[in-house]
Write a protein that binds this ligand. Structure first.
Ligand code: NDP
Length: 458
């Protein structure tokens, strides 16, 4: 008789947990997965997928407006938030079903309960005690909001996906991925949006030129970005909310959404009692094979607070399954991870920012182009596209690609492959462009931009 009930017990059926469990089962492991919410996790249920559907929804406003320059006369467009949410919910239900089917077809048992680890090989879930050779923590992360007076009045992205009506005025606090993406969504569908950012501008960590260019584009669309601004407290009166700002100003709005980062979801997992190491950032500490300080317990995805991105969690999950159940030790490579912000217009990047490259290398060449995309010659939309290459001067290797503009996420994916292959600027130059496209700019950049230590595109 087997020593344990299962070979693998996974806690959390998000992108990472599902991939790890499914692959482990394919390799012959007896697997069960515990989930106290809906199978699919943050990305599918209340993250990337519904967000991108909302972003598509918001973008139609541009398409209707731009069509006039191409000869179209359209009746005044009307938008119904409730219909968008309902359509999104149908698609999320479908995807939830697909994920459940994938697990079942691979023989993974689904336990719809919150689980707690009680010893290195045992968990408790819904009153049941279950044992496994290996336990995998893939519990994800949850929105983190600072503890300010009036915190009870704010929503996070979790609630934004379920809102029944669209408020007239929205204040978003936070200038990261979620804040910027939702600013574009709410603005696109007709709300009056103010984004409050404590830093000098949005998207800390991204290349300065594309950050500033996106802030400009957002302003042109009517989004107010309040930089170097701090909220002291929020009050509710007669159905409206008042934000008290640090310098004494009061800002009135109908909705406040906080998008101030996400924190690993470790509370209630029982990890403290087992002395599983947790880092200062709140993430479960793991080695390169995602093993925690307790050898039979592994952790992947957002709960480890390495890189909070779905494809990273999936890759970590796959590497875990290969290592533990296919006798093929593999670890995730964290260099050159491409990423996109689905703002309006979108921004995408892979590799080093110019500042990171200059801090690391003495010789850095920068190539950049800012232009009006062909589509907007007739639409007359005042929107620029920015493409930028950062090149290591000594080796000629391209170490960073950055883009703001239509289709940037689709374009950067291909460039990430080139960078993974170690492409040089000379090889970019030797590549024939696709004409006419914005992407071809990346292979036609010839003039080095002089280095100005202090830059501002505006
Ligand atoms: P981010 O870490 O991207 O941004 C958080 C923002 O909130 C920053 O602007 C930060 O400012 C600000 N902030 C943090 N704490 C406070 C505070 N106490 N008061 C005021 N402002 C504060 O987090 P998000 O919530 O936007 O997203 C969470 C994670 O989810 C992202 O890091 C990303 O990994 C992932 N994600 C990825 C997406 C994608 O791939 N397209 C989409 C959405 C989320 P400062 O810069 O000064 O620290």
């Amino acid at each position: 008789m087997a020593k344990f009930d299962y070979d693998l017990l996974t806690i959390g059926a998000g992108s990472g947990g599902v991939r790890a469990s499914r692959m482990s089962a394919e390799f012959g492991a007896r697997v069960a997965i515990c989930e106290d919410n809906r199978v699919g996790g943050t990305c599918v249920i209340r993250g990337c997928i519904p967000k991108k559907l909302f972003a598509y929804g918001a973008h139609f406003a541009d398409e209707f407006a731009d069509s006039a320059g191409y000869g179209w006369t359209t009746p005044a467009a009307e938008f119904d938030w409730g219909r968008l949410v309902e359509a999104k919910n149908h698609e999320i239900d479908r995807l939830n079903g697909v994920y459940i089917r994938i697990l079942r077809e691979n023989g993974v048992e689904i336990i719809e309960e919150r689980a707690r680890v009680v010893d290195p090989h045992t968990i408790e879930a819904g009153g049941r005690t279950l044992t496994a050779e290996t336990i995998l923590i893939a519990a994800g992360a949850r929105p983190a909001t600072p503890d300010i007076p009036g915190r009870e009045y704010v929503i996070t992205s979790d609630e934004a996906f379920e809102m029944e009506t669209l408020p007239k005025r929205v204040v978003i606090v936070g200038g990261g991925y979620i804040g910027v993406e939702f600013a574009g969504i709410f603005n696109g569908v007709g709300a009056e949006v103010t984004e409050i950012v404590r830093a000098d501008t949005i998207l800390r960590g991204f290349d300065q030129d594309v950050r500033l260019a996106l802030a400009d584009e957002m302003a042109k669309r009517g989004i107010t970005i309040r930089s170097e601004c701090v909220v002291r407290g929020i009050e509710s009166e007669n159905g409206a909310l008042s934000l008290r700002l640090a310098h004494g100003e009061v800002l009135e709005t109908d909705l406040v959404m906080y998008a101030t980062g996400r924190t690993p979801r470790i509370e209630g997992l029982g990890l403290e009692a087992l002395s599983v190491d947790v880092g200062e950032s709140g993430g479960v500490v793991v080695d390169k094979y995602s093993r925690t300080s307790v050898p039979s317990i592994f952790a992947i995805g957002d709960v480890t607070n390495r890189v909070m991105l779905t494809p990273v969690a999936i890759a970590e999950g796959a590497a875990f399954a290969e290592t533990v159940f296919n006798d093929n030790p593999r670890s995730m490579h964290y260099g050159d991870i491409p990423t996109a912000v689905f703002s309006q217009p979108p921004l995408a990047s892979v590799g080093l920012t110019e500042d990171e490259a200059r801090a690391r290398h003495a010789e850095v060449d920068v190539y950049m182009s800012r232009f009006r995309p062909l589509k907007h010659t007739l639409s007359k939309r005042d929107e620029s596209t920015v493409v930028k290459l950062v090149v290591h001067g000594d080796s000629d290797r391209v170490v960073g690609c950055h883009m703001l503009g239509m289709d940037a996420p689709e374009i950067i994916q291909g460039l990430a492959i080139a960078m993974t292959c170690g492409a040089t600027k000379a090889q970019f130059d030797a590549t024939v462009g696709v004409h006419p496209s914005a992407a071809e700019e990346f292979v036609t950049l010839r003039e080095k931009r002089p280095h100005h230590p202090v830059r501002d595109l505006r």
